[in-house]
Design a protein around this ligand. Sequence first.
Ligand code: 2DT
Ligand code: MG
Length: 213
Amino acid sequence: METKRMPFIVFEGLDGSGLSTQSFELKKWLEKKGYEVYLTKEPTDGLIGSLIRGVLRKELEVDAKTLALLFAADRMLHINNTILDLLDKGVIVISDRYRLSSYAFQSLEVDIDWLKGINEKSITPDLTFIIDTPPFICVKRIHTQRFHVELYEEIDKLEKIREIYHELAKEESNTFLIDGNRPIKSVSADIFKKVNELKISKVSRNESILPFL
Ligand code: 2DT
Ligand code: MG
């Protein structure tokens, strides 16, 4: 029996906008409905992702184009080593950030068409949610979580990134801007409604494949 590939769902937004919270809420909600769900994120915890984290923490320095290529390489490895395999095995994959992060953040310094080009071979998500939260709220949340400030966390940069996300929400397919400046439950309710519209097929299996990954 052939199984249809499961949906690939992505969360995007500014740091501190609540995307990690909403990714987790969606995972719990889908699991309650009986689906197998894998929550992942970019940059990954892999080899290239770790290199990127060093740059974000300002411990390593690379030029903007090289950083964009590192994000694209980390993504390709993520797709080929993890995402596609799971989707084919009947698991719903949710990623906390994907290629729109590259378009929104790296385009502060690099031409957006070139960024789209280097990400051209990445698979297109079935649904992307951009959680839209005002930068001053994001910055307040970031500062209650930790003391150090990473690359891209100054308020003027966040304002620009937010504008690009607004543009992307209009241009990109299956991409929805969600008002993140509301209680967690209201934000989740909008997301669950959109996911319901995907009409995901039920896959019956005897045991979970996730522990064997
Ligand atoms: P987190 O704080 O969510 O871990 O994100 N970023 C991420 C980019 O600039 N380009 C990308 O392609 C991706 C995936 C956004 C870490 C930071 O990395 C940025 C915030
Ligand atoms: Mg962060």
